[in-house]
Write a protein of this length. Structure first.
Length: 80
């Protein structure tokens, strides 16, 4: 478990932005605009982008709503 935690920290340092934030910016949307389009609460989007909540552990419906709003596949939002 210590190895996984250490690797997570190293990956987060390499990839400053989450996939969600990168795709949202690419789409030219603000967090509030994405929240409105996707029907996902703004605070939840903020937590995903700040890595305070893991998008990989949220419901599939939430990921699907975000993916549809951004015009991408669900797998593009998941963090490896």
């Amino acid at each position: 478990m210590q190895f996984v935690s250490a690797m997570d920290e190293k990956l987060a340092a390499c990839y400053k932005e989450t996939n969600l934030k990168r795709l949202r910016k690419y789409a030219g949307l603000s967090q509030s605009e994405l929240a409105e389009l996707s029907k996902v609460p703004l605070r939840q989007i903020q937590l995903f982008e700040q890595r305070q909540r893991n998008i990989n552990h949220t419901t599939a419906v939430t990921v699907l709503m975000l993916a549809r709003a951004l015009g991408c596949g669900c797998e593009a939002l998941l963090e490896i």
